[in-house]
Design a protein around this ligand. Structure first.
Ligand code: SF4
Length: 324
């Protein structure tokens, strides 16, 4: 029996690609990836609905290494889609070999993303992944060169599709035919396509030579204000942010909170000096319900020890100026 490994993201295109391959009687194993920028929850739901096994690969370290200097650059934000696809296909190709599958398939559509899914980019990704000829794109296959499984008769090319371009019309028609309702939006869930997250990530790249995965996780929470190359503060915007800040705080971090008034928790990852603490405290007051023209008390804790400092709110322009 022909066997294939397929990239499953949980998006409609990857579901349709899997359906088309399954319809040809091929045994399918799904592959999904996890990094701090995107996860596999959508893929897990999809694999369950399709009734196929799923292998989830944590590619965090490889992805972070690539993200610093992607050979083919970034898209509109910090999304290095060509290099990211190459990395995914290289890793998925290894699984294909390990489980003895005949080929690898993806839900890519020719021309859907002008930069990363044009004919040349698809070819580059294929070549650089090391699996040239073994990667089938069922949704656009009839517009692309014949792959090895097609040549070997393991897949019927006539039953593959010829979708191209940015319109989602044909995919949506197919979703109706296959009764597919639960899927992620295109690029849904990839934080590297989000402008605010990308700006914060660029800031870390610019300011810090090395950083930990926790710092990436913190980029997803609150407002970020930079004081200096080594010091920045994160201010909760709502109860959920405040809970996350408390949960993610580590040894050596400073946590601030205005006493006696509703307001945010403020985190200084890896701590700051006294000047930083005072400035952070005034920002904490600015985002709290405390009166802005009075001196109020801010509780400052580090490693479980608490101190109190008296400050006034900073001027609005300071927080605007420091915002990343
Ligand atoms: S959108 Fe994100 S997950 Fe998708 S290829 Fe681009 S960088 Fe990778």
């Amino acid at each position: 029996m022909t066997k294939a490994t397929g990239l499953i993201s949980g998006g409609l295109d990857s579901i349709l690609a899997a359906k088309i391959i399954l319809e040809q009687g091929v045994e399918v194993m799904g592959i999904s990836f996890s990094t701090p920028f995107f996860g596999s929850q959508g893929a897990e739901r999809t694999a369950k609905a399709l009734g196929v096994p799923l292998r989830i690969l944590d590619i965090t370290e490889l992805h972070l290494g690539m993200l610093r200097q992607p050979k083919h650059g970034y898209g509109d934000n910090m999304n290095p889609c060509i290099d990211c696809h190459t990395l995914m296909l290289r890793e998925a190709g290894r699984v294909m070999e390990e489980v003895g599958a005949d080929f690898l398939f993806t839900g890519e559509v020719l021309g859907q993303r002008p930069m990363s899914q044009n004919k040349a980019a698809l070819k580059v990704v294929e070549r650089e992944s090391g699996y040239e000829g073994h990667i089938l794109r069922p949704l656009s296959a009839r517009l692309l060169p014949e792959t090895i499984p097609e040549k070997e008769g393991k897949i019927d090319r006539e039953k593959l599709l010829d979708i191209k371009g940015r319109s989602r019309k044909r995919q949506l028609e197919l979703a109706k035919i296959y009764h597919i309702r639960d899927y992620l939006s295109p690029a849904g869930g990839c934080l590297l396509t989000d402008p605010v997250f990308s700006r914060r990530l660029q800031d870390i790249f610019r300011q810090r030579g090395r950083f930990e995965v926790r710092e990436i996780e913190l980029l997803k929470v609150g407002r970020h204000l930079r004081f200096s190359p080594l010091v920045k503060v994160i201010v909760g915007r709502h109860a959920e942010d405040n809970e996350k800040i408390l949960r993610m705080a580590a040894k050596g971090d400073d946590i601030l909170k205005v006493e006696g008034y509703p307001g945010p928790f403020l985190l200084i990852p890896c701590g700051g000096d006294l000047e930083d603490i005072k400035k952070a405290a005034s920002i904490c007051v600015r985002y709290s319900d405390a009166p802005k023209d009075e001196v109020v008390t801010v509780i400052w804790s580090r490693n479980g020890k608490e101190k109190k400092i008296q400050v006034r709110s900073c001027h609005n322009s300071l927080s605007t100026e420091l915002m990343i």
